[in-house]
Write a protein that binds this ligand. Structure first.
Ligand SMILES: Cc1cc2nc3c(=O)[nH]c(=O)nc-3n(C[C@H](O)[C@H](O)[C@H](O)COP(=O)(O)OP(=O)(O)OC[C@H]3O[C@@H](n4cnc5c(N)ncnc54)[C@H](O)[C@@H]3O)c2cc1C
Length: 457
């Protein structure tokens, strides 16, 4: 009905309809999700960010929590705090368990409520990955992986606890099994962890036990592939292997692990007895593909289009480790840079839509290189034709990692901690944290009120 018609019928003019602010739901606040939120910080949208934890975690330094160099709070920051200045964003700690593409809602569980529908106009799934045991889930109880802050603390407990146990163990034959650490998977996490444990036993722990010699600890790094750090050029991979061996790590390549149980691992028909086996071999994507009921790749990652959306659903973006995108014939790797760049692209794409600007063309990953650290003061770096294996590469690694932490306070704290550890050999958090088991409930009949107890005297 036009205004003229209203005047003719002597009706009041219609109330102007205020267009609803578009609702953007971001699931996951890792590298991908945080990057989306930041790209939308000034956008005229209402963002709901859901994460099952209350923190953004800097996973590349998680191995330093597991090896007691850094404390958990030095590599993670509360999501609320990071985004406190971003007024268009509401943060909820909730676990997403499903998506209804037709109704355009995600379902989220919080501690007191289940399957709460959260409506969206645009949805970004950035739920990352978890440990993958290549179909051998029976390995999981004996070979924990490293993915969350809880995993890092649990591994730190386990590693430190074995030294305490060995110190208390009368039977010296048991020391060997206790002080054998096996890492399954010689990718960056396996290499970094193995080198860090080897360095820890030879520095911080060296002189602090009386009955055991921590430097006799055996650290074994296994991989079924022919080299460590598969994606790196051969010369860098060989340099990393040589460095590991100098640090005292045994590297066994070319044979897959056949069995992992409470007594250790079996590889190439040989058993390596160990009480601490760490899984650093593989990851599996989050169940985002199942929630959406769309096509996934063999690993279970959601196959997305070059604009990072799900085929048939231009309002749903999937980014980071849980997405599968082929560029120039190769699938993009599950690394932080891919998640960051995809997150930024998805945020920009939503901004363009809501501000009615044309889309920016397909996503293109710009590979800035890869690096891995092999003990303090040594890293390898590969970027285009540049190949470095030295202290210089370590400085580049340290600078990039410090600058990539989410908050200035974390950057300063990690920098000072590294400096302190370098100078004194003391680690930031060599603490075993275990909750004491609940005492068995007292027999109510045996408990008397204090007055009664006094009267009985
Ligand atoms: C130990 C380790 C070391 C690494 N080192 C490097 C490195 O040196 N360089 C590098 O480039 N990459 C490294 N990576 C890989 C890199 O961290 C990942 O590629 C990157 O984190 C992927 O980002 P993402 O946003 O996809 O997922 P993530 O960063 O994993 O974030 C996923 C988020 O989603 C949340 N989430 C998951 N499921 C749900 C749910 N159902 N509901 C709500 N929230 C949910 C999680 O809590 C998490 O906050 C490392 C990874 C690990 C585990």
């Amino acid at each position: 009905m036009s205004n003229d018609t209203n005047a003719y019928l002597n009706l009041p003019p219609p109330t102007p309809v205020t267009p609803r602010v578009p609702r953007v739901v971001i699931v996951g606040c890792g590298f991908g999700g945080l990057s989306v939120a930041r790209a939308l910080r000034r956008a005229p949208v209402q963002i709901t960010l859901l994460d099952r934890t209350n923190h953004h975690l800097f996973q590349p330094l998680l191995y330093q929590v597991a090896t007691a160099v850094l404390a958990p709070g030095q590599i993670a920051a509360p999501i609320r705090e990071i985004l406190s200045g971003q007024k268009n964003t509401t943060v909820h700690m909730a676990e997403v368990v499903g998506v209804d593409r037709t109704r355009r809602v995600v379902f989220a569980n919080s501690p007191d409520r289940e399957r709460v529908p959260v409506p969206y106009d645009n949805l970004v799934l950035a739920t990352g990955a978890t440990h993958g045991y290549f179909g051998h889930d029976e390995f999981a109880p004996f070979a924990p992986g490293l993915k969350t802050l809880g995993d890092g603390v649990e591994l730190r407990n386990r590693i430190l606890q074995t030294f305490e146990q060995a110190e208390a163990e009368e039977d010296v034959r048991a020391h060997r099994d206790l002080l054998t650490f096996v890492l399954v998977g010689a990718g960056p996490t396996g290499v970094e962890m193995a080198a860090a444990i080897a360095y820890m036993v030879r520095t911080s722990l060296r002189a602090q036990f009386r009955r055991i010699d921590p430097t006799t600890a055996r650290i074994v790094l296994l991989d079924r592939g022919p080299k460590v750090l598969g994606p790196f050029a051969d010369e860098l991979s060989q340099a990393a292997k040589a460095r590991l061996e100098r640090l005292g790590v045994e590297v066994q390549l070319g044979q897959g692990v056949e069995k992992i149980d409470a007594e250790g691992v079996v590889v190439g028909g040989q058993r390596i007895a160990s009480k601490t086996v760490i899984w650093t071999a593989g990851v599996a994507p989050s169940p985002a593909g199942k929630w959406l009921g769309v096509e996934t790749d063999r690993a279970g990652r959601v196959k997305i289009q070059p604009d990072l959306t799900v085929p048939g659903n231009p309002e749903i973006f999937v980014v980071g480790d849980t997405a599968s995108l082929v560029q120039d014939g190769n699938p993009l790797p599950g690394v932080a840079q891919v998640a960051l760049q995809q997150g930024h692209y998805a945020g920009e794409a939503i901004l363009r839509r809501v501000t009615r600007r044309p889309s920016a063309g397909p996503f293109r990953y710009s590979d800035r290189g890869i690096m891995a650290v092999v003990g303090p003061g040594y890293a390898i770096l590969q970027s285009g034709k540049l190949r470095l294996k030295s202290l210089v590469a370590w400085f580049a690694w340290a600078l990039i990692h410090i600058m990539s932490l989410a908050q200035p306070g974390l950057r300063l704290s990690v920098f000072l901690q590294w400096l302190w550890t370098f100078v004194t050999g003391q680690r930031g958090s060599r603490i075993i944290i275990r909750r004491r088991p609940e005492p068995t409930a007292p027999n109510p009949a045996a408990v008397r009120p204090p007055s009664e107890a006094r009267a009985a005297k």
